[in-house]
Design a protein around this ligand. Structure first.
Ligand SMILES: C[S@@+](CC[C@H](N)C(=O)[O-])C[C@H]1O[C@@H](n2cnc3c(N)ncnc32)[C@H](O)[C@@H]1O
Length: 491
């Protein structure tokens, strides 16, 4: 109910030009921004058609609903996922469902079209490439990719094998492929809906955008390790981490939002996650030196961001909104940097993955650059050399994602690892990484040396270097602590 009320309120403001739709959604502080964004955007797109249907069926008179609320409910009933609230509104909408459906059908017959999208004026249609594929992550805690593929084939889908290029992700109705980068990801045509499917309801598959699967996949914590998911709810990345860890080890998951945590708890149960410890807790207030975190070697940091990567309507921001947006971005970036600096303080940390679903440099490369400058014991790990979209120069070790280049929502991901400054560098062996194609300016001396000598990732172990220079663990710790105190300006 809260979703529909909020969506109606925003739609009304946007349509009476009281603000840009995107800004109004972000400013709403609604618990599930993505869901709200999608509902408002889609209703707005079909607004004139919905209005005609509502007027021709005299829905407002018969139900006493206000126009904008009627629009969002009618959108979900006729074109979305069905009215999802209970109570009075659902009863009212169900009572009028056949009349509304008949009105929509009449419109289609009149315009000689079969799909809802074809009712839209051409100016409102998205380019075909902007309809994102439906990505399905196989939950390996419950099943295997092979079994899932078999099940889906028996269910009438046609499996075309593993994709090898971006165009292979443009699929016809019942076709599906395995992704070329993420082995546990299956790709379907954009409108494929699994919400009512057995595999989804049983937690065997998770509906997750491809870009959002990158952080856990790249962090790749081994089974048995101790991991923190700093800003975890609603938890798709948490369950992905648990699957990679084979439900072995410890997974501390924190979030500030109690409602989102409650949803998360249900989702983790459905996904069969057992190693997580959920806490309603401000990540920034955790004590990195607490004994319970002494073995934390991996952190996934996916903090609140502007969400500007979410594919929806084109930017309709006015100049006033742009100014407001700049202020908002600056405040988000400062929060994100505080989170990053805080994450890098955990004493046993080896790797931290930082991600956002933002397209803004301020929230991405700028945050990472500042974090690296303030924490010289860390450097970037070059990621997936074949991935087509890189971080903005010089941070080309990082990945970006977008609807045009990767057929995903807009996204950014960086992997930071601890190294020993001015000593020979260690890189953990990892299948995902290889040497960067180009040296960015901001690389540390140590990074440059590794890339220059084309050293393989498994060579260059630090142990011998540490012994040679007399850097005993306790000395090292003292040194690091000193550096941390000097470097962290963002408390
Ligand atoms: C982008 S969402 C995380 C999405 C999540 N990683 C996933 O994949 O499902 C950001 C989350 O950070 C939470 N958050 C914001 N500030 C926080 C803080 N200081 N400590 C912990 N969580 C925080 C928000 O409540 C929100 O749920």
């Amino acid at each position: 109910m809260a979703l529909y009320m909020k969506a109606a309120e925003i739609l009304e403001k946007a349509e009476s030009k009281q603000g840009a739709l995107k800004t109004l959604v972000y400013d709403s502080k609604f618990s599930n921004i993505k869901q709200l964004f999608a509902l408002v955007c889609e209703t707005h797109k079909f607004s004139s058609i919905l209005e005609e249907i509502i007027e021709s069926t005299k829905l407002l008179k018969q139900t006493k609903l206000r126009m904008h609320l009627a629009k969002v409910l009618t959108y979900d009933l006729l074109m979305g996922r069905g009215v999802k609230c209970g109570g009075n509104w659902k009863t009212v909408m169900m009572k009028h469902r056949s009349r509304l459906q008949a009105a929509l059908a009449r419109k289609k017959v009149k315009q000689r079209v079969s799909k809802n999208e074809d009712l839209l004026p051409s100016s409102a249609l998205r380019p075909a490439g902007e309809l994102l594929p439906r990505y399905v992550r196989v939950n390996t805690l419950k099943t295997t990719v092979e079994d899932t593929v078999d099940y889906l084939k028996r269910d009438g889908f046609s499996y075309l094998g593993q994709a090898s290029k971006l165009d292979d992700l443009t699929l016809k109705k019942r076709d599906f492929v395995r992704d070329m980068y993420l082995p546990e990801l299956l790709v379907f045509s954009p409108k494929t809906d699994f919400h009512e499917h057995f595999l989804y309801k049983a937690g065997h598959i998770i509906l997750q955008d491809k870009a959002s699967c990158l952080p856990a996949y790249l962090l790749n914590p081994p089974p048995g390790s101790h991991v923190i998911d700093a800003c975890a709810a609603p938890g798709n990345k948490t369950s992905h981490l648990a699957a990679i860890m084979k439900n072995k080890g410890r997974l501390f998951a924190f979030d500030l939002d109690a409602k989102r945590l409650a949803t998360m708890s249900t989702l983790q149960l459905r996904a069969g996650v057992t190693i997580h410890q959920l806490a309603h807790q401000d990540f920034l207030k955790l004590n990195p030196d607490s004994s319970q975190f002494k073995d934390v070697e991996y952190i996934l940091l996916d903090p609140s961001c502007s969400g500007s990567g979410m594919v929806c309507l084109q930017d309709d921001d006015s100049t006033a909104d742009q100014e407001k947006n700049q202020m908002r971005l600056a405040s988000l970036a400062s929060f994100q940097l505080r989170c990053l600096n805080h994450g890098l303080k955990f004493p046993s940390l080896k790797r931290l993955v930082y991600s956002t679903c933002s397209v803004h440099r301020q929230e991405n490369e700028d945050v990472v650059t500042a974090g690296l400058q303030q924490n010289p014991d860390f450097r970037l790990v070059p990621l997936l050399p074949q991935w087509p979209e890189r971080g903005i120069h010089p941070l080309n070790q990082c990945l970006r994602a977008s609807s045009t280049k990767t057929r995903t929502h807009g996204f950014f991901v960086a992997l930071l690892e601890k190294h020993i400054a001015d000593k020979k560098c260690k890189q953990e062996p990892a299948v995902h990484f290889s040497a960067p194609e180009e040296l960015p300016h901001s690389m540390s001396k140590c990074q440059k040396r590794t890339a220059d000598s084309e050293t393989s990732e498994t060579e260059d172990k630090p142990t011998s270097a540490a012994v040679k220079t007399g850097n005993t663990p306790s000395k090292k710790k003292r040194k690091k602590k000193k550096k941390r105190t000097a470097a962290t300006v963002d408390k």
